[in-house]
Design a protein. Structure first.
Lengths: 282, 282
């Protein structure tokens, strides 16, 4: 890996010099899933925009077999991979949302769905990573595709940490019940004390009993790339990573996707968002 | 040529642009919270339409570049976004290349409409990849009953016809309507990343006043976030607008769209934009 030498090299490559091959990508998401309105926001809860209609199109629930999404996966931003041994870098971005909170850009590394909100034994996840394979900075997110039950339970994961130690048990997160059972809801699952990332998830277990409704939920291993604070409805966050001294590598095959963290919620209406991303190779 | 050799060359481009173009548009009507945005195209309905270019009335009319033309800086004085309290509603202005447009459809029909469709063939970004679509209202419409939804049948970026957009809300609030220039983005069918043409339009129900609605295909180029009420500044596209430096294609028909993302509370009264765009041919 070779860093950009200086601002001049960034200027040169983002305008196409030295095989910079710049990409200027635009994304928008409507607050609808298929033919229906997306589920309402809940204060201080995360919402997945994976299934939100828009351009590029929405993504689907991944299904009962674990997959490793990549840059060709429907639902992702579908950026082109770098070539010639170069790396791809995020140099600037703008993100806008109709609701106040935080837009989160992340790499969707591994995903499965088809899990049940009424099964109280360990539900298998499995699979292995193809990016960020050392696990550092990776997170476990439960994502609900069809609403689960109204009874609040907990969920925990058995996972392998960054030291390749399997059988780690996460902390429990609230799972099911109002605010934690709706479609498009993301339930982040915190790691065990001392752990800083995830290499694999063996299984997840709902604790305390059934949520009451099977629904359909899944488990994602994700790597968060950047969070864009949106200070008010209709707000815009501009990120000039070049001047901020923090350009972000977009790994080859990255499946770039969006989530939204709602603030205190002046309105529960799901967000509409737009974003532009500037990428170049080095 | 095309790329800037270094930052000095880029800075020189801002200091000595190839061309200044002023974008001055004024909204005659309030932009209400139940519409997504307002096109500042400002021309009468195009009827059968066409594939506009830089010489089309309403276009910004920049000179073509001999090498690679970019917008390198924007100076914007923006009055838009105040209510009775004279505070700003956050919004953004998109500079886009208007690729294809037509009109002659009506909201007051529940039948599939093909008047002046398909949209004229693209002459730029001809694959349709990254091309966005929106409805654009040319005369006022009104519906006393909601909700109403619509779909379009289109050809995607791979040339596959018969694609159908997800059902999207048209009239969102009881006794609401669209003014001239009101627009709404059209999401794509799952799997798609762009659009080459729209073949038909279907609205869910009749309405009280159908108006004249058309469809516009465009390529987003430059996002300009709103300034606080009455303020102005020059913004460098690289260092202050998220490194947005796409090449402006030969004969691009540049125009602006205001987007108010807050569909609950947002409202722009007597919106206005006065911006100087600095072009440079690298």
């Amino acid at each position: 890996m070779t860093a950009f030498a200086d601002l001049s090299e960034i200027v040169n490559r983002v305008t196409g010099g030295n095989s910079g091959t710049p990409q200027f990508l635009n994304v928008w998401k409507d607050n609808r899933v298929g033919s229906s309105a997306a589920a309402n926001l809940v204060a201080q809860k995360m919402t997945s925009l994976w299934q939100y209609n828009g351009t590029p199109s929405d993504g689907a629930a991944p299904g009962g077999s674990v997959i490793n999404p990549d840059n060709t996966t429907t639902g992702g931003i579908k950026q082109n991979d770098p070539s010639g041994g170069r790396q791809l870098w995020l140099l600037g971005a703008q993100a806008m949302s109709s609701r106040a909170g935080m837009l989160v850009l992340y790499d969707r590394l591994l995903t499965i769905s088809g899990l049940s909100g009424t099964v109280t034994t360990a539900q298998t996840v499995g699979g292995s990573l193809t990016r960020y394979t050392d696990g550092k900075g990776n997170e476990i997110w439960a994502e609900i595709y069809t609403a689960i039950g109204a009874t609040a339970r907990t969920i925990s994961a058995s996972y392998t940490n960054t030291a390749a130690a399997s059988g780690q048990t996460s902390r429990s997160a609230v799972f099911g019940g109002t605010g934690s059972n709706e479609a498009q809801r993301i339930i982040p699952i915190s790691l065990a004390s001392g752990d800083t990332g995830v290499e694999a998830v063996a299984s997840v277990t709902i604790g305390g009993g059934s949520t009451g409704t099977a629904g359909d939920f899944g488990i994602n291993i994700v790597h968060r790339l950047h969070s864009f604070p949106i200070h008010g409805p209709g707000g815009v966050c501009i990120r000039n990573f070049v001047t901020e001294g923090r350009i972000i590598e977009i790994p080859t095959d990255a499946c770039l996707a969006w989530a939204f963290f709602a603030n205190g919620v002046e309105s529960t209406t799901a967000p509409v968002m737009m974003a532009s991303l500037t990428l170049a190779e080095r | 040529m095309g790329a800037y050799a270094d930052y000095t060359a880029y800075r020189a481009a801002i200091d000595a642009p190839s061309e200044w173009k002023s974008l001055t548009r004024e909204d005659g009507n309030d932009l209400y919270q139940f519409v997504q945005g307002r096109s500042l195209w400002g021309q009468s309905a195009p009827a059968a339409g066409g594939a506009p270019d830089r010489t089309t009335t309403g276009a910004l009319g920049q000179q073509n570049g001999a090498s690679e033309l970019r917008i390198v800086a924007v100076t914007a004085l923006d009055y838009a976004g105040y209510t009775s309290g004279n505070y700003s509603i956050p919004h953004l202005t998109l500079i886009a290349d208007r690729l294809s447009h037509m009109s002659g459809c009506t909201w007051n029909s529940a039948s599939t409409q093909t008047t002046n469709l398909p949209t004229p063939a693209l002459t730029r970004y001809t694959s349709g990849d990254g091309v966005w679509a929106m409805y654009e209202n040319y005369t006022a419409s009104f519906s006393s009953t909601v909700p109403r939804t619509y779909t379009v049948s289109y050809t995607n970026q791979a040339g596959t016809s018969g694609r159908t957009s997800p059902a999207t809300v048209s009239f969102i609030t009881t006794n609401s309507g669209f003014d001239t220039g009101d627009v709404g983005l059209i999401p794509l069918q799952q799997g798609d990343s762009g659009i080459r043409s729209i073949e038909s339009f279907t609205h869910s129900n009749t309405v009280d006043t159908g108006g004249n609605v058309g469809f516009t295909l465009f390529k987003p180029l430059l996002w300009i976030p709103s300034l606080p009420y009455g303020e102005t500044c020059e913004r460098d596209a690289l260092l202050m607008l998220g490194a947005q430096l796409p090449v402006i294609q030969t004969d691009a028909c540049l125009f602006a769209i205001h987007f108010v993302l807050d569909r609950i509370n947002g409202r722009i009264s007597n919106g206005r934009i006065a911006a100087d765009l600095k072009f440079h041919d690298a």
